[in-house]
Design a protein. Sequence first.
Lengths: 288, 362
Amino acid sequence: MSNIQNILFRYRMKQGAQKIIVYLMILIIIAVVVFPFYWLITTSIKFEGDMQTFPPIFFPARTTFQHYIDVFVKSGIGKNLRNSLVVAVSTTFLSVLFGSLAAYSIAKSYLARKFRTGFLVAVLVIRIFPPVVTTMPYFLIITRLGLYDTLISMIITYVAYCLPFVIWLMLGFFQEMPHEIEKASIVDGCSVWQRFYRISLPLTLPGLATTSVFCFILGWNEFLYASVLTSQNAKTLPVVIASYISDQRIQWGPMTATGVLLVIPVLIFAIAAQKYLVRGLTFGAVKG
Amino acid sequence: MAEIKLEHVTKKFGKVIAVDDFNLTVKDREFLTLVGPSGCGKSTTLNIIAGLEDPSSGYIYIDGDLANVKHPGKRNIAMVFQSYALYPHMNVFENIGFGLRVRGMKKDEVKKRIEEAAELLGIDDLLDRKPRELSGGQRQRVALGRAIVRDPAVFLLDEPLSNLDAKLRIQMRADLRLLFERLEGTVVYVTHDQAEAMTLSDRLVIMKDGLVQQVGPPAEVYDYPANIFVGGFLGSPTMNFINCSLEKRDGSGFLKTDDFEIKLNDKQISAIDKTASSNELVIGIRPEDIRIGGEGCTISCKIEVIENMGSESIYYFRVGERRIVATAERMDDSIGGRQECRIGFNMAKLHVFDRKTEQAAF
C-alpha cells in the first residue's frame, strides 16, 4: 500500500509542478501581450515629466487627463475620428458583402474545378504583393481619378486589399454547409439570392464575424495608404498619431491618448464578435 | 395529387451512367419505392424528379406538365431528406413554415397550417425549439411537417428513416404508412432497406447500377423475382443460390448439383426450355421455404449453427461444400449443432435462374 501511495504522491507532485510551469508560461505570455497596452494607457495619463524617467514608472502615483483634453478639444480630433470610423465601417461592410457574394458563387457554381482554382489563385495573388510596392501606382491612379484626399480613395483601396481574405475564408464556410440544406431551400422555392441571405449567411456567422473583425482592424489601423492618399480632409487617426513625431520632439502625451482612442473601438468590436471568432479563426485555417 | 411520368430518363456524370434509360409512371396517390443497394441511382432519380439534378436526356412529367424546364420550387413537390436538412438557425415553427413564407403566404394562414401539421405529427409542443434540441425522431417529424404544410402534389422521401435506430425505424414505418394514406398523396420513396420497401409500398422499383431490374407490387416481386439480383436483394435472410445443371433422363427432368438432385415437373421443365440459354442453371430457394426433417426431406446435411431469434430460429446447414440457410419456428433444444439431418425444398416455391443471363426461368 505504501508503495502505491508513494507512486500516487509522486504522480500528483509531477502534475502539480507541470501545472505551475504551464500557468507561469501563460502569465508570461499574457504579460508580454498585455504590457504594451498597459504602458500605452498609463503613459497617456502621466505628466510629461514622468514619461521618460529611469527607472520607468510602472504605477504612476499622479495622473492627468490633460492629454485627452488637448487631443479632443485643442487638436479637434473629432473629424479624424469620424474619418477613421467611416473608412473602417465602409471597408468592413463592402468587403464582407462582396467577398461573401463572391465566395458563395464560387462555392455553389458549376464551374470546372480547374477554373475555380485558377480564379482563387488570381484572387490570392493580390495579397502577395507588399503594400509598399503598390503605393505609388495607387497614388497615381487615385490622383488621376480626382479622388486624392477623399475617404472614397481609401475605402476602394482597403476593400481591394480585404476581398481576397474574405473570399478565401467565407468559401470554406460555404463549402462546409451541408448540401441537403441548400437543396431543401431550393425545393422550398428560394431563389439564389434568398438562399444566400436567408439560409447560407445566417449559418456562416463565425466566418462573417472573423472577416468583419479583420476588415475593421485593417481599415481602422492602416497607415501607409492613408498617409499617401490623404492630406487634410480625409486624414485618419493613424496618420494623426504619426504627426506627433517630428524632427524636434515626440509628443508622447497626445500620441498615447490618441493611441488609446484608436484601440478602444477595435476592442469593443472584437469583444462583441468573440463568440464567433474562435470558430471562425480555427476553421479558416483548415478549409479553403 | 398527381401522376409522375419519366420517359427515357438518363443521367450521366462524366463517363459514369448513374441512371440508364429509366421509364416509369407513378400513378396518382400511389406509394412507390425505389429500392436498391448504394450507388444504384435511386437518389439520383429522385433528385431528377425534384429538379435538383437535370437529366442528361429524357422527359419528366408531373401531372401532365413537362417538368424539365421548371424550377424545383415550381414543381409542386415537397421533399424529405435523409439528414432531414432542417435549418439550424430557425426554430421548429419557422422551419415548418419557411416554404410557405417564401411563397408569400399570409401570416395567419401560415400559422394555421403549421399548427395543423404539428398536431397531426404530435410535435405541437416543440414549436419553439431549435433542431439541435430535438431527438432524431422529432427532427424527422419536423421534416415531414415542412413537407406536409405545402400540400404538394407529390411527396419525395429520400431515405428518411435511415438515421433512426432500429426500434424507432420500425415504429416510424407504420406511422409513415398511416400518414400518407391519410394525406392521400402521391409518394416516391427511396430506401436501401428492403424491409422498409416491402412494408410501405404499393409498388417497388428495384434498381441496380442505374438500371431497373423489376417493377411490381411487393408480394409479386418477392414471390416472382425477375433475376438473381432481385431474388437475393429481397428477403432476410437472403435467398439461397445453388449452381446446378438440367439433366433429362427417363422422360423426366432433374436439377443436378454436386450433392443432390431435384426432380422437376413438366411445367417447370417447359419454363426452363423456353427461357434458359443453356442447361447451366441456378436454384433459388428462400430460407422459409426449406423444410427441416420430416417426410419428403431427401437432402443430407449437417447443422453448423443455430441462431435463436426468439419466435424463430435461423439454421445454417452444410451441404457438401456449400452452406444453406433456413428459417423455421423454434424447435425443441434437442436439435443442436453438428447434427446430421435431412432437409427438403418446397417445390412450389422453388426458383430457377439461367446461370449466364441470371434471368428467372420460373
